[in-house]
Design a protein around this ligand. Sequence first.
Ligand code: FDA
Length: 396
Amino acid sequence: MNVDTLIVGAGFSGAVIARLLAENTKQKIMVIDSRDHIGGNCYDYVNQYGIRISKYGAHLFHTTRQDVWNFISAFGSWEPWEHKVLAKIYPRDGSDDFAYAPVPICIQTIQKLYDSSVQNEEDMRRWLAEETRSIKFQTPYKNSMESAVARFGHRIYNDFFHSYTLKQWEKSPEELDASVLERIPLRYNKDDRYFTDPIQMLPSCGYTGVFKDLLNHPQIEVRLNTDYFQERHCFNGVNFTVFTGPIDGYFASRGLDRLEYRSLRFEEDTFEMGDKDTVMQPASVVNEPSMRVPYTRTVEFKQFLNQRSTHTTLVREYSASNGDPYYPVPNERNTKLYATYQQLAERETEAERRTVLFLGRLANYKYLNMDQAIGNALDHWQKWTKDDMIKTHVVN
Ligand code: FDA
Protein backbone atom coordinates (compact mmCIF):
# COMPACT_ATOMS: atom_id res chain seq x y z
CA MET A 1 0.00 0.00 0.00
CA ASN A 2 1.43 3.34 -1.03
CA VAL A 3 0.94 5.14 2.30
CA ASP A 4 3.60 6.95 4.36
CA THR A 5 1.49 7.82 7.39
CA LEU A 6 -1.65 6.14 8.67
CA ILE A 7 -4.00 8.17 10.81
CA VAL A 8 -6.58 6.23 12.79
CA GLY A 9 -9.62 8.41 13.47
CA ALA A 10 -11.15 11.23 11.41
CA GLY A 11 -12.03 13.48 14.40
CA PHE A 12 -10.28 16.80 15.06
CA SER A 13 -7.14 15.15 16.46
CA GLY A 14 -6.62 12.98 13.38
CA ALA A 15 -7.84 15.46 10.76
CA VAL A 16 -5.68 18.35 12.01
CA ILE A 17 -2.53 16.20 12.02
CA ALA A 18 -3.40 14.88 8.56
CA ARG A 19 -3.71 18.42 7.22
CA LEU A 20 -0.44 19.58 8.84
CA LEU A 21 1.42 16.59 7.40
CA ALA A 22 -0.08 17.16 3.96
CA GLU A 23 0.77 20.86 3.91
CA ASN A 24 4.29 20.53 5.29
CA THR A 25 5.61 17.28 3.78
CA LYS A 26 5.35 15.30 0.58
CA GLN A 27 3.84 12.34 2.41
CA LYS A 28 0.90 10.26 1.29
CA ILE A 29 -1.49 10.12 4.20
CA MET A 30 -4.34 7.74 4.79
CA VAL A 31 -7.02 8.60 7.36
CA ILE A 32 -9.22 5.69 8.38
CA ASP A 33 -12.30 5.64 10.59
CA SER A 34 -14.44 2.74 11.73
CA ARG A 35 -17.55 4.91 11.42
CA ASP A 36 -19.30 5.72 8.15
CA HIS A 37 -18.54 9.44 8.39
CA ILE A 38 -15.75 11.93 9.01
CA GLY A 39 -15.73 14.38 11.95
CA GLY A 40 -15.50 11.97 14.91
CA ASN A 41 -17.87 13.03 17.68
CA CYS A 42 -18.32 16.48 16.10
CA TYR A 43 -20.11 15.01 13.05
CA ASP A 44 -23.37 16.71 12.12
CA TYR A 45 -25.95 16.41 9.33
CA VAL A 46 -29.05 18.22 8.09
CA ASN A 47 -32.24 16.25 8.76
CA GLN A 48 -35.32 16.01 6.51
CA TYR A 49 -36.72 19.21 8.05
CA GLY A 50 -33.64 21.24 7.15
CA ILE A 51 -32.32 21.34 10.72
CA ARG A 52 -28.64 20.66 11.40
CA ILE A 53 -28.27 17.98 14.10
CA SER A 54 -25.05 17.00 15.90
CA LYS A 55 -25.24 13.22 16.00
CA TYR A 56 -23.21 12.92 19.21
CA GLY A 57 -24.58 15.88 21.19
CA ALA A 58 -24.46 19.68 20.89
CA HIS A 59 -21.02 21.09 19.98
CA LEU A 60 -20.19 24.73 20.71
CA PHE A 61 -16.76 25.97 19.69
CA HIS A 62 -15.05 28.29 22.18
CA THR A 63 -11.42 29.07 22.82
CA THR A 64 -8.92 31.43 24.37
CA ARG A 65 -6.20 30.26 21.95
CA GLN A 66 -5.76 32.61 19.03
CA ASP A 67 -3.43 30.13 17.23
CA VAL A 68 -6.16 27.46 17.36
CA TRP A 69 -8.70 29.88 15.95
CA ASN A 70 -6.28 31.14 13.25
CA PHE A 71 -5.75 27.55 12.13
CA ILE A 72 -9.30 26.21 12.19
CA SER A 73 -11.09 29.31 10.88
CA ALA A 74 -9.38 28.74 7.52
CA PHE A 75 -11.63 25.69 7.01
CA GLY A 76 -15.38 25.89 6.44
CA SER A 77 -17.23 29.09 7.33
CA TRP A 78 -17.90 30.29 10.85
CA GLU A 79 -20.25 32.72 12.61
CA PRO A 80 -20.11 34.19 16.10
CA TRP A 81 -22.46 32.42 18.53
CA GLU A 82 -22.70 32.88 22.29
CA HIS A 83 -24.20 29.87 23.97
CA LYS A 84 -26.71 30.14 26.83
CA VAL A 85 -28.15 27.35 28.93
CA LEU A 86 -31.17 27.30 31.24
CA ALA A 87 -31.91 24.75 33.94
CA LYS A 88 -35.48 23.65 34.65
CA ILE A 89 -35.90 23.87 38.41
CA TYR A 90 -38.89 22.40 40.24
CA PRO A 91 -39.96 23.75 43.63
CA ARG A 92 -39.10 21.69 46.70
CA ASP A 93 -42.77 21.53 47.79
CA GLY A 94 -43.46 18.92 45.09
CA SER A 95 -45.67 21.17 42.94
CA ASP A 96 -45.25 21.44 39.17
CA ASP A 97 -44.60 25.16 39.18
CA PHE A 98 -41.09 25.00 37.68
CA ALA A 99 -38.87 27.93 36.68
CA TYR A 100 -36.06 28.29 34.15
CA ALA A 101 -32.83 29.69 35.58
CA PRO A 102 -29.46 30.41 33.93
CA VAL A 103 -26.42 28.17 34.38
CA PRO A 104 -23.62 28.63 35.33
CA ILE A 105 -24.94 30.12 38.58
CA CYS A 106 -24.79 33.92 38.27
CA ILE A 107 -26.72 36.90 39.67
CA GLN A 108 -29.77 36.22 37.46
CA THR A 109 -29.98 32.64 38.80
CA ILE A 110 -30.23 33.92 42.36
CA GLN A 111 -32.71 36.62 41.39
CA LYS A 112 -34.92 34.16 39.56
CA LEU A 113 -35.04 31.44 42.23
CA TYR A 114 -34.05 32.75 45.63
CA ASP A 115 -33.65 36.49 46.16
CA SER A 116 -34.59 39.22 43.69
CA SER A 117 -32.74 41.86 45.74
CA VAL A 118 -29.29 40.49 44.70
CA GLN A 119 -28.10 43.06 42.16
CA ASN A 120 -24.31 43.21 42.06
CA GLU A 121 -21.11 41.39 43.01
CA GLU A 122 -21.16 42.64 46.59
CA ASP A 123 -24.76 41.43 47.09
CA MET A 124 -23.88 38.10 45.49
CA ARG A 125 -20.89 37.52 47.78
CA ARG A 126 -22.96 38.51 50.83
CA TRP A 127 -25.82 36.23 49.78
CA LEU A 128 -23.52 33.25 49.24
CA ALA A 129 -21.70 33.91 52.53
CA GLU A 130 -25.07 33.82 54.33
CA GLU A 131 -26.12 30.70 52.44
CA THR A 132 -22.94 28.83 53.45
CA ARG A 133 -22.54 30.36 56.96
CA SER A 134 -23.50 27.26 58.94
CA ILE A 135 -21.50 24.84 56.77
CA LYS A 136 -18.46 23.53 58.59
CA PHE A 137 -16.79 20.90 56.41
CA GLN A 138 -13.05 20.49 56.95
CA THR A 139 -10.73 21.23 54.03
CA PRO A 140 -9.56 19.46 51.94
CA TYR A 141 -13.12 18.40 51.15
CA LYS A 142 -13.71 14.66 51.23
CA ASN A 143 -16.04 14.47 48.25
CA SER A 144 -18.07 16.47 45.72
CA MET A 145 -21.04 16.97 48.05
CA GLU A 146 -18.79 18.79 50.51
CA SER A 147 -16.98 20.87 47.88
CA ALA A 148 -20.28 21.95 46.25
CA VAL A 149 -22.24 22.65 49.46
CA ALA A 150 -19.30 24.67 50.84
CA ARG A 151 -19.37 26.95 47.78
CA PHE A 152 -23.07 27.14 46.94
CA GLY A 153 -24.98 26.19 50.10
CA HIS A 154 -27.63 23.48 50.46
CA ARG A 155 -30.38 25.06 48.36
CA ILE A 156 -28.38 25.46 45.15
CA TYR A 157 -26.67 22.12 45.75
CA ASN A 158 -30.03 20.31 46.00
CA ASP A 159 -31.70 22.19 43.15
CA PHE A 160 -28.83 22.01 40.64
CA PHE A 161 -26.22 19.42 41.51
CA HIS A 162 -27.35 16.52 43.69
CA SER A 163 -29.80 14.75 41.37
CA TYR A 164 -28.06 15.91 38.20
CA THR A 165 -24.85 14.24 39.37
CA LEU A 166 -26.76 11.06 40.25
CA LYS A 167 -28.23 10.96 36.76
CA GLN A 168 -24.96 11.87 35.03
CA TRP A 169 -22.60 9.52 36.88
CA GLU A 170 -24.97 7.02 38.53
CA LYS A 171 -23.12 8.00 41.70
CA SER A 172 -24.08 10.49 44.38
CA PRO A 173 -21.75 13.47 44.88
CA GLU A 174 -20.67 11.86 48.19
CA GLU A 175 -19.09 9.05 46.12
CA LEU A 176 -17.21 11.36 43.74
CA ASP A 177 -13.88 13.05 44.24
CA ALA A 178 -14.19 16.69 45.46
CA SER A 179 -12.60 17.89 42.21
CA VAL A 180 -15.57 16.81 40.05
CA LEU A 181 -17.99 19.49 41.36
CA GLU A 182 -15.15 21.87 42.26
CA ARG A 183 -14.79 22.53 38.53
CA ILE A 184 -18.37 23.89 38.24
CA PRO A 185 -18.12 27.64 37.53
CA LEU A 186 -19.70 30.24 39.80
CA ARG A 187 -20.14 33.83 38.61
CA TYR A 188 -20.41 36.88 40.84
CA ASN A 189 -21.71 39.01 37.95
CA LYS A 190 -24.56 39.09 35.42
CA ASP A 191 -22.72 37.23 32.67
CA ASP A 192 -25.21 34.44 31.87
CA ARG A 193 -23.30 33.09 28.87
CA TYR A 194 -22.30 29.45 29.20
CA PHE A 195 -18.69 30.18 28.16
CA THR A 196 -16.64 33.32 28.75
CA ASP A 197 -13.92 32.64 26.15
CA PRO A 198 -13.23 35.59 23.84
CA ILE A 199 -13.70 33.40 20.76
CA GLN A 200 -17.10 31.66 20.52
CA MET A 201 -18.19 30.42 17.11
CA LEU A 202 -20.31 27.92 15.22
CA PRO A 203 -19.61 26.68 11.69
CA SER A 204 -22.41 27.80 9.37
CA CYS A 205 -21.51 24.90 7.06
CA GLY A 206 -21.64 22.55 10.06
CA TYR A 207 -18.64 20.77 11.58
CA THR A 208 -18.91 18.23 8.78
CA GLY A 209 -18.25 21.09 6.31
CA VAL A 210 -15.15 22.06 8.30
CA PHE A 211 -13.88 18.46 8.21
CA LYS A 212 -14.55 18.15 4.48
CA ASP A 213 -12.31 21.18 3.92
CA LEU A 214 -9.66 19.98 6.35
CA LEU A 215 -9.36 16.60 4.66
CA ASN A 216 -9.66 17.91 1.12
CA HIS A 217 -6.03 17.70 0.02
CA PRO A 218 -4.47 15.69 -2.83
CA GLN A 219 -2.09 13.92 -0.41
CA ILE A 220 -4.89 12.78 1.92
CA GLU A 221 -7.00 9.70 1.28
CA VAL A 222 -9.94 8.95 3.61
CA ARG A 223 -11.31 5.44 4.11
CA LEU A 224 -14.49 5.08 6.15
CA ASN A 225 -16.00 1.88 7.63
CA THR A 226 -12.41 0.74 8.23
CA ASP A 227 -11.58 -0.53 11.69
CA TYR A 228 -7.89 -0.42 12.51
CA PHE A 229 -7.95 -3.57 14.59
CA GLN A 230 -9.63 -5.56 11.84
CA GLU A 231 -7.55 -4.14 8.99
CA ARG A 232 -4.23 -3.72 10.83
CA HIS A 233 -2.54 -6.35 8.66
CA CYS A 234 -3.12 -4.17 5.56
CA PHE A 235 -0.94 -1.45 7.07
CA ASN A 236 2.08 -3.54 8.10
CA GLY A 237 4.32 -1.65 5.69
CA VAL A 238 3.42 1.76 7.17
CA ASN A 239 6.06 2.81 9.67
CA PHE A 240 4.37 5.92 11.08
CA THR A 241 0.91 5.73 12.63
CA VAL A 242 -1.08 8.34 14.54
CA PHE A 243 -3.66 6.54 16.66
CA THR A 244 -6.61 8.58 18.02
CA GLY A 245 -8.83 5.67 19.13
CA PRO A 246 -9.18 4.24 22.67
CA ILE A 247 -5.80 3.42 24.20
CA ASP A 248 -7.14 0.35 26.03
CA GLY A 249 -8.45 -0.97 22.70
CA TYR A 250 -4.99 -0.61 21.16
CA PHE A 251 -3.39 -2.67 23.92
CA ALA A 252 -6.31 -5.09 24.36
CA SER A 253 -4.09 -8.12 23.71
CA ARG A 254 -2.00 -7.31 26.83
CA GLY A 255 -4.82 -8.57 29.10
CA LEU A 256 -5.12 -5.43 31.24
CA ASP A 257 -8.51 -4.29 32.60
CA ARG A 258 -10.46 -1.88 30.41
CA LEU A 259 -10.83 1.81 31.24
CA GLU A 260 -14.32 2.99 32.28
CA TYR A 261 -16.32 5.55 30.33
CA ARG A 262 -19.74 7.13 30.65
CA SER A 263 -21.77 7.20 27.49
CA LEU A 264 -24.93 8.91 26.24
CA ARG A 265 -28.14 7.70 24.66
CA PHE A 266 -30.09 10.13 22.48
CA GLU A 267 -33.85 10.23 21.94
CA GLU A 268 -35.19 12.44 19.20
CA ASP A 269 -38.65 13.93 18.56
CA THR A 270 -39.71 16.28 15.80
CA PHE A 271 -42.72 18.60 16.07
CA GLU A 272 -44.52 20.61 13.41
CA MET A 273 -44.41 24.28 14.36
CA GLY A 274 -45.95 25.91 11.30
CA ASP A 275 -44.03 29.13 11.62
CA LYS A 276 -40.40 28.85 10.51
CA ASP A 277 -39.03 30.86 13.44
CA THR A 278 -41.08 29.31 16.26
CA VAL A 279 -39.19 27.22 18.80
CA MET A 280 -40.32 25.07 21.75
CA GLN A 281 -37.77 25.77 24.47
CA PRO A 282 -36.66 29.05 26.06
CA ALA A 283 -33.01 28.15 25.25
CA SER A 284 -31.17 25.85 22.82
CA VAL A 285 -30.11 23.67 25.76
CA VAL A 286 -32.28 23.05 28.81
CA ASN A 287 -30.62 21.14 31.65
CA GLU A 288 -32.84 18.84 33.70
CA PRO A 289 -31.38 18.54 37.19
CA SER A 290 -34.58 17.11 38.67
CA MET A 291 -35.27 13.40 39.27
CA ARG A 292 -38.75 13.94 37.79
CA VAL A 293 -37.35 13.09 34.36
CA PRO A 294 -34.65 10.48 33.65
CA TYR A 295 -32.73 12.52 31.03
CA THR A 296 -30.08 15.16 31.78
CA ARG A 297 -30.80 17.75 29.11
CA THR A 298 -32.84 18.57 26.02
CA VAL A 299 -31.27 20.21 22.98
CA GLU A 300 -33.32 22.11 20.42
CA PHE A 301 -30.94 22.22 17.45
CA LYS A 302 -33.02 24.66 15.42
CA GLN A 303 -31.98 27.42 17.81
CA PHE A 304 -28.27 27.18 16.94
CA LEU A 305 -27.54 29.99 14.44
CA ASN A 306 -31.32 30.67 14.37
CA GLN A 307 -32.11 28.06 11.74
CA ARG A 308 -35.49 28.36 10.03
CA SER A 309 -37.81 25.37 9.58
CA THR A 310 -41.53 24.64 9.77
CA HIS A 311 -40.54 21.91 12.29
CA THR A 312 -38.32 21.62 15.34
CA THR A 313 -36.29 18.64 16.52
CA LEU A 314 -35.66 18.06 20.23
CA VAL A 315 -33.01 15.60 21.38
CA ARG A 316 -33.07 14.30 24.96
CA GLU A 317 -29.77 13.05 26.41
CA TYR A 318 -29.67 10.12 28.81
CA SER A 319 -26.46 9.26 30.60
CA ALA A 320 -25.53 5.59 30.08
CA SER A 321 -22.89 3.18 31.30
CA ASN A 322 -22.74 1.32 27.97
CA GLY A 323 -22.31 2.62 24.44
CA ASP A 324 -19.75 4.78 22.67
CA PRO A 325 -17.00 5.96 25.03
CA TYR A 326 -17.67 9.66 25.84
CA TYR A 327 -16.57 10.78 29.29
CA PRO A 328 -13.62 9.24 31.16
CA VAL A 329 -14.64 8.32 34.72
CA PRO A 330 -12.37 10.24 37.11
CA ASN A 331 -11.49 7.85 39.93
CA GLU A 332 -8.36 6.29 41.43
CA ARG A 333 -8.75 2.96 39.62
CA ASN A 334 -8.89 4.57 36.19
CA THR A 335 -6.06 7.02 36.91
CA LYS A 336 -3.74 4.15 37.92
CA LEU A 337 -4.83 1.95 35.05
CA TYR A 338 -4.35 4.73 32.51
CA ALA A 339 -0.81 5.32 33.85
CA THR A 340 -0.01 1.67 32.96
CA TYR A 341 -1.44 2.11 29.46
CA GLN A 342 0.57 5.32 29.12
CA GLN A 343 3.79 3.43 29.82
CA LEU A 344 2.93 0.92 27.10
CA ALA A 345 2.18 3.82 24.74
CA GLU A 346 5.53 5.47 25.46
CA ARG A 347 7.34 2.21 24.68
CA GLU A 348 5.39 1.86 21.44
CA THR A 349 6.21 5.46 20.48
CA GLU A 350 9.90 4.93 21.13
CA ALA A 351 10.09 1.69 19.11
CA GLU A 352 12.78 2.08 16.49
CA ARG A 353 11.30 0.52 13.41
CA ARG A 354 7.62 1.36 13.72
CA THR A 355 6.45 4.54 15.38
CA VAL A 356 2.96 4.96 16.81
CA LEU A 357 1.84 8.24 18.31
CA PHE A 358 -1.19 8.42 20.57
CA LEU A 359 -3.24 11.56 20.24
CA GLY A 360 -6.69 12.86 21.17
CA ARG A 361 -9.34 12.34 23.82
CA LEU A 362 -9.60 8.54 23.55
CA ALA A 363 -5.89 7.79 23.26
CA ASN A 364 -5.14 10.11 26.21
CA TYR A 365 -8.18 9.07 28.27
CA LYS A 366 -9.02 12.70 28.90
CA TYR A 367 -12.05 14.87 28.23
CA LEU A 368 -10.94 17.44 25.66
CA ASN A 369 -12.92 20.33 24.28
CA MET A 370 -12.64 20.77 20.53
CA ASP A 371 -10.16 23.64 20.84
CA GLN A 372 -8.01 21.52 23.16
CA ALA A 373 -8.05 18.63 20.68
CA ILE A 374 -7.03 21.00 17.86
CA GLY A 375 -4.50 22.75 20.13
CA ASN A 376 -2.93 19.42 21.16
CA ALA A 377 -2.54 18.43 17.54
CA LEU A 378 -0.89 21.79 16.73
CA ASP A 379 1.40 21.51 19.78
CA HIS A 380 2.38 17.95 18.90
CA TRP A 381 3.13 18.98 15.37
CA GLN A 382 5.51 21.70 16.66
CA LYS A 383 7.19 19.18 18.96
CA TRP A 384 7.43 16.43 16.37
CA THR A 385 9.02 18.60 13.74
CA LYS A 386 11.72 19.57 16.25
CA ASP A 387 12.20 16.00 17.43
CA ASP A 388 14.93 14.11 15.55
CA MET A 389 13.34 10.70 15.84
CA ILE A 390 10.05 11.91 14.42
CA LYS A 391 11.85 13.88 11.72
CA THR A 392 13.16 10.59 10.37
CA HIS A 393 9.64 9.37 9.78
CA VAL A 394 7.71 12.52 9.07
CA VAL A 395 9.55 15.38 7.47
CA ASN A 396 9.76 15.19 3.64
P1 FDA B 1 -13.13 11.86 18.33
O1 FDA B 1 -13.84 10.90 19.21
O2 FDA B 1 -13.91 12.97 17.78
O3 FDA B 1 -12.48 11.06 17.10
C1 FDA B 1 -11.88 9.79 17.25
C2 FDA B 1 -12.26 8.96 16.02
O4 FDA B 1 -11.50 7.75 16.05
C3 FDA B 1 -13.72 8.57 15.99
O5 FDA B 1 -14.33 9.01 14.79
C4 FDA B 1 -13.69 7.04 16.06
O6 FDA B 1 -14.71 6.44 15.27
C5 FDA B 1 -12.31 6.74 15.49
N1 FDA B 1 -11.82 5.44 15.92
C6 FDA B 1 -11.76 4.96 17.20
N2 FDA B 1 -11.28 3.71 17.20
C7 FDA B 1 -11.03 3.37 15.90
C8 FDA B 1 -10.54 2.21 15.26
N3 FDA B 1 -10.22 1.09 15.94
N4 FDA B 1 -10.43 2.22 13.90
C9 FDA B 1 -10.77 3.32 13.18
N5 FDA B 1 -11.25 4.44 13.74
C10 FDA B 1 -11.37 4.47 15.08
N6 FDA B 1 -16.23 20.15 22.81
C11 FDA B 1 -16.37 21.50 22.71
O7 FDA B 1 -15.39 22.20 22.54
N7 FDA B 1 -17.62 22.06 22.79
C12 FDA B 1 -18.75 21.32 22.97
O8 FDA B 1 -19.85 21.86 23.04
C13 FDA B 1 -18.60 19.91 23.07
N8 FDA B 1 -19.68 19.12 23.24
C14 FDA B 1 -19.54 17.78 23.46
C15 FDA B 1 -20.66 17.01 23.73
C16 FDA B 1 -20.51 15.66 23.99
C17 FDA B 1 -21.72 14.84 24.29
C18 FDA B 1 -19.22 15.07 23.99
C19 FDA B 1 -19.04 13.63 24.32
C20 FDA B 1 -18.11 15.83 23.67
C21 FDA B 1 -18.25 17.19 23.41
N9 FDA B 1 -17.16 17.98 23.09
C22 FDA B 1 -17.31 19.35 22.99
C23 FDA B 1 -15.81 17.39 22.93
C24 FDA B 1 -15.48 17.02 21.46
O9 FDA B 1 -16.38 16.04 21.00
C25 FDA B 1 -14.02 16.51 21.40
O10 FDA B 1 -13.15 17.57 21.72
C26 FDA B 1 -13.57 15.97 20.05
O11 FDA B 1 -14.46 15.03 19.56
C27 FDA B 1 -12.19 15.35 20.20
O12 FDA B 1 -11.73 14.91 18.94
P2 FDA B 1 -10.86 13.58 18.82
O13 FDA B 1 -10.42 13.52 17.40
O14 FDA B 1 -9.81 13.53 19.87
O15 FDA B 1 -11.87 12.38 19.15
